[in-house]
Design a protein around this ligand. Structure first.
Ligand code: NDP
Length: 295
């Protein structure tokens, strides 16, 4: 499905090219966080493959906040740049909210700007954060019923949980947002026809959280480095164990593959589920921002 979305974007980009327009995406990476470097490389490659003019600006971890602000302001003024993405997390000495707010809302590739968050809240057109947008598209294209559905979103971040809940609400689901202070989380989750886990804890959602036949969306991406954990999450999965033994780590979502997935009627695996859709949506946002701003 991610491939299909990317192909649709590529064809949109090609039709703009006939009119001499090339959508431009600027990606800003500060520091040497290995996971961020992998994400940025993946986003850049996917953008170029779709015909988007992608530019990655790399800075050392010690970059002063003022210089990052100046960079963002320069990109705001750059006519060739339609979409700006500042890769998170930023180093601790930089106020991430201040940087995100400095991005021109019309060039906000991730949809994290407060203006766009407000527009999303009010149901107005806006770039939508890529992960929840990708998930909604996945559910819609797969024909998962949303209207009237009892949905529980675990996690209330501005990046995933809150926009996910708003998009589900827009699709007429009945939505509950859960978080670390929620009482009887397993009981609440068991009420869900659709359960979205965006927590950041490996295998946290066990079978006990899942109503038989529910649809499970696993957003979490967690690197596990203990062999015992891998054996627990993937019992009898020789390929996973072999890969772990080779690399010394493996990726696990927020759902326990051994106990949660078997209870679900459908689920998104980690890796290879939500992640590729997130990247596909970044390309879609870039194309839409180009069309909206340049006409
Ligand atoms: P945050 O850390 O910003 O938010 C985590 C949320 O989970 C918080 O709202 C927190 O609650 C809640 N939480 C933490 N512990 C518990 C608990 N024990 N019980 C209930 N709720 C809990 O993370 P993000 O939203 O940015 O990301 C979530 C996960 O999704 C991460 O693993 C991240 O790597 C992954 N991710 C994957 C993407 C993809 O493309 N696949 C893209 C973005 C993120 P509280 O607010 O009370 O602290």
């Amino acid at each position: 499905m991610a491939k299909a979305i990317r192909a649709e974007v590529a064809s949109g980009v090609a039709s703009l090219a006939e009119r001499g327009l090339v959508p431009g995406l600027a990606v800003v990476l500060v520091g040497e966080d290995p996971a961020s470097a992998v994400y940025v490389a993946g986003k850049g490659a996917a953008a170029r493959e779709a015909g988007i003019a992608e530019r990655t600006l790399r800075f050392p971890a010690g970059l002063p906040e003022a210089e990052l602000l100046a960079t963002v302001e320069g990109l705001n003024r750059d006519e060739a740049v339609d979409a700006i993405l500042v890769q998170l997390p930023l180093p601790a000495h930089i106020d991430a909210a201040r940087i995100l707010e400095a991005i021109d809302p019309r060039k906000d590739a991730d949809g994290f700007h407060p203006v766009n968050a407000g527009r999303l809240l009010q149901g107005k057109p806006a770039p939508v954060p890529c992960t929840p947008a990708g998930i909604i598209e996945l559910l819609t294209r797969e024909g998962v019923p949303l209207r009237g559905t009892r949905a529980v979103v675990v996690g209330r971040s501005d990046i995933v949980g809150k926009p996910m809940a708003l998009l589900l609400l827009r699709k007429d689901a009945t939505v509950t947002i859960a978080h670390s202070k929620t009482k009887d989380l397993p009981g609440l989750c068991r009420e869900a026809d659709l359960l979205v886990a965006a927590i950041g804890r490996p295998g946290f959602v066990t079978g006990d959280f899942v109503k038989e036949g529910a649809v499970l969306v696993d957003v979490g991406v967690n690197r596990v480095t203990s062999r015992a954990d891998v054996e627990r999450f993937f019992p009898g999965n020789a390929a996973r164990l072999a890969s772990f033994d080779k690399k010394g780590s493996t990726l696990v979502g927020d759902c326990d593959p051994a106990t949660a997935f078997p209870r679900a009627s459908r689920y998104t695996p980690v890796p290879g589920g939500v992640g590729p859709l997130t990247i596909a949506h970044l390309l879609k946002n870039t194309l839409e921002l180009c069309v909206a701003r340049r006409g």
